[in-house]
Design a protein around this ligand. Structure first.
Ligand code: NOJ
Length: 447
């Protein structure tokens, strides 16, 4: 079998502002949730002080030249809302606009296609103070911010994503306390998620009115969910879990309604506002594409006792990386086929995929990442196989271009980057995987 890619396939890498920029007090930036809550409870952040990240804020021009040398076709990054609106939803910070303007120019000059998220884990802290995503005014704040970004950068940004991983950044942050505002209230979570979807539509509507040359969608964390057995109860539990986790976003964004399988599910649906379908109908704009973050599968079985009616079970046959992600490259093929069958006509991008090891403290050894080379090869093969089987996949973005601050999920303790960052000096070093990816891109195929 030959693992080729189409000529215009976007071989990319991704990262986000709050995970590599630092420069937290520069350029008029306002405080974001990571910066704020790191000072309140550093233990929740594993010591991951956002101010000590890779300093992309000052080094983006040389980092982008390095991407160019690798041959990278596209870079997925995010705009920090608190650099554009530092103090509230009204006053715009010109220095923030100038900063991203120059970064986007540097990408275009390097021949690298920019893909930008409007919100990737880093709400401004003022949003939380003013009631967070739970406050329906969030929809307008987000719309205003989106409009400013489209106006200033929309002539050059080819792909926009409104929200990255809302299953974590909204649902799990309000229902299970995963990220700010660290709430544990399913009722609040469902309401916040609904507002998040309306905020996504708001940005979509504004973008479409502006007649810009790019495309706009969102980035969803998709875990193919497998059932423990043939028992219809387990199968139903797996489908329901998938619907609640991923379909909850994909169906409204691509079809304008919540997943059918949840329709009669009082535990979830009764927590939505009474007129939720009218709000979806009145505001729906179909996403142009979907970004898919793929790391691991999920295994689900029926449960009589769990609130949600399902629980996870362990699959002993799948190895797990240091970060806790199970390896199952074929899951990526399954996800691509799921899109082909469920949302025909929708192009997807694999917007994140990567593997992490826990740092052990020897910088030289940590550059030899044959485990990442193998991981990339196996996953890229699945992408190629899916394309050959008819899936419409426009690109693949390795997570991540350089070592990150994993914030509330692990601070600086994990190695995710094609480029190593020495966090003492901020010097960059290419890992073996950097050279491997360079070869893949140059050959337009994976071995
Ligand atoms: C998904 C998130 O979008 C990203 O911010 C995070 O670093 C990776 N997963 C790895 O956990």
């Amino acid at each position: 079998m030959n693992f080729k890619f189409p000529k215009d396939f976007l071989f990319g890498a991704a990262c986000s502002a709050c995970q590599i920029e630092a420069g937290c007090k520069e350029g008029g930036k306002g405080e974001d949730v990571g910066e704020h809550f790191y000072t309140v409870f550093p233990e929740k952040y594993f010591g991951g002080d956002p101010a000590k990240a890779a300093d992309f804020y000052h080094r983006y021009r040389s980092d982008i030249l390095d991407m160019k040398e690798m041959g990278l076709k596209s870079f997925r990054f995010s705009i920090s809302w608190s650099r554009i609106f530092p103090n509230g939803p009204v006053e715009i910070c010109q220095a923030g606009i100038d900063y991203y303007d120059d970064m986007i120019n540097a990408l275009v000059e390097a021949g690298i296609v920019p893909m930008f998220d409007l919100w990737h884990c880093d709400l401004p802290y003022w949003v939380i103070e003013m009631g967070g995503v739970l406050n329906p005014e969030f929809i307008d704040w987000f719309g205003t911010y989106a409009e400013v970004c489209f106006k200033h950068f929309g002539d050059r940004v080819a792909y926009w994503s409104t929200i990255n991983e809302p299953s974590i950044n909204i649902m799990a942050s309000y229902a299970y306390g995963a990220n700010a505002p660290f709430m544990k209230d399913m009722g609040a979570a469902i309401q916040a998620c609904h507002n998040g979807i309306l905020a996504h539509f708001k940005a979509m509507q504004i973008y479409k009115k502006m007649n810009l040359p790019g495309k706009i969608g969102a980035v969803i964390h998709v875990e193919p969910t497998y059932s423990e057995s043939h028992d219809p109860k387990d199968q139903y539990a797996a489908d329901r879990r998938f619907a609640f986790y991923a379909g909850w976003w994909l169906d409204p964004m691509l079809k304008g309604h919540y997943p059918e399988i949840l329709k009669n599910d009082a535990y979830i649906m009764d927590k939505l506002p009474a007129n939720f379908q009218k709000e979806l109908d009145d505001n729906f704009v179909k996403a142009d594409f979907m970004g898919v973050n793929f790391y691991n599968p999920n295994h689900t079985k029926h449960s009589d006792t769990a609130d949600m009616g399902y629980e996870n079970y362990k699959n002993e046959f799948m190895p797990v990386d240091d970060y806790g992600f199970m390896y199952y490259p074929q899951g990526l093929f399954d996800v691509a086929m799921y899109f082909k069958n469920t949302y025909p006509g929708t192009q997807i991008f694999i917007t994140e995929n990567g593997i992490a090891k826990k740092k052990w403290g020897n910088l030289e050894e940590e550059r030899k990442d044959d485990y990442r080379v193998r991981y990339m090869r196996e996953h890229l093969r699945e992408v190629s196989r899916a394309i050959q089987a008819g899936a419409d996949i426009g690109g693949y973005y390795c997570w991540t271009i350089m070592d990150t601050n994993e914030l509330y999920a692990g601070g600086f303790n994990y190695i995710f980057g094609l480029v190593q960052v020495d966090f003492e000096t901020k010097e960059r070093y290419r890992r073996d995987s950097w050279y491997y990816y360079q070869k893949v891109i140059a050959n337009g195929m994976v071995d």
